[in-house]
Ligand binder design. Structure first.
Ligand code: GLN
Length: 318
């Protein structure tokens, strides 16, 4: 099926939202982070920012939620801006095939995480962002970056979520200490985790998140200023990583069903990028057994089917 030219996106998102609202099987809200366990699983929101500057949205698209691991895309972008390709000496770029918080590969692979989107990889990325900064400045840099990308200064960090995660984040602490023993964490573990937990606690709406992802559909260009946030090559590579690693051990399934680069988070959000066409954010807090939003994934599958936006579809050769 070729890409549909000018699909009626408002009708499509309205239809998908009505469909999702009626579904019973929503998965389970993440309960290992206290602030997330309280979220109502009935939420569903979707927003699409298109290449020509339009926004289409439906459902709870203006309700803020915890973006969690979706933030790893923005953190990776900042870290690459700081150290460039040297980052790849400390983090791999292969799918892990393991759970997002798994420690098993780290021993065999000498403290080098498989990719920047599993927790271990994102913790190394936080360590890179922390270089030359106090933790509070590093957190401020991430917040300012996301606000600038979205063109929205109302975005904030939910300190309660960050605190709750710090209090219960034994696995992340284990990952960080373990990597430090291999010399792959340079700063004190508490500081690195502080940056990581605050970045995960970014609270954003679907509309804000879809807007923040626009540079990745525009070959790295900032949609408002026109400046390069990253080079076209780097934008392509970040999208490739999202395709291969953005859903952890569910990445293959997501590529199979949806066929669009995407990054999920345990808050139930997913950011997807259709290069040259759209940046999409969906949110539904119930998760499947891999920690990816159940209805969010289904909604994206329906959207890809209705629009022909899978990157594996026929494109006009021009
Ligand atoms: N902050 C969460 C954690 O570290 C992020 C995990 C996720 O969204 N998959 O466990």
């Amino acid at each position: 099926m070729p890409v549909t030219v000018n699909p009626d996106l408002q009708a499509i998102v309205d239809r998908i939202t009505a469909d999702m609202r009626g579904r019973e099987d929503r998965g389970k809200v993440a309960d290992y982070i206290p602030g997330l366990a309280r979220v109502d699983p009935r939420h569903f929101g979707i927003a699409i920012a298109t290449h020509d500057g339009r926004i289409f949205s439906a459902g709870d698209a203006t309700t803020a939620f915890s973006i969690q691991s979706v933030s790893k895309v923005f953190a990776l972008t900042i870290a690459l801006g700081k150290v460039g390709d040297a980052l790849w000496k400390r983090v791999g770029r292969e799918p892990s095939g393991n759970a997002f918080n798994s420690i098993v590969q780290l021993e065999a692979e000498q403290g080098i995480p498989r990719n920047p989107f599993i927790n271990a990889g994102a913790i190394v990325v936080s360590d890179v962002i922390l270089s030359g900064h106090r933790p509070r400045e590093a957190i401020g840099e991430i917040l300012r970056f996301v606000r600038d990308l979205a063109g929205d200064d109302d975005i904030s960090i939910d300190d309660d979520v960050a605190r709750g995660e710090a209090e219960t984040g034994y696995r992340n602490a284990a990952l960080a200490h373990y990597m430090r023993s291999f010399g792959n964490i340079e700063h004190p573990v508490e500081q690195v985790l502080g940056v990581y937990f605050h970045q995960c606690a970014l609270a954003m709406t679907c509309i804000q998140l879809a807007k923040a992802g626009r540079f990745l559909m525009l070959e790295g260009q900032h949609p408002e200023s026109g400046f390069n946030v990253v080079s076209p090559t780097r934008a392509r590579r970040i999208n490739a990583l999202m395709m291969m690693c953005g859903h952890y051990d569910g990445s293959g399934e997501f590529a199979f069903r949806v066929g669009i680069p995407g990054k999920s988070g345990v808050g139930g959000g997913i950011l997807c990028v259709v290069p040259g066409i759209a940046s999409i954010a969906v949110w539904s807090p119930g998760l499947n057994e891999r920690g990816n939003s159940t209805l969010g994934s289904l909604a994206l599958e329906k959207l890809a089917a209705a629009t022909g936006w899978s990157i594996f579809n026929e494109r006009d050769p021009g």
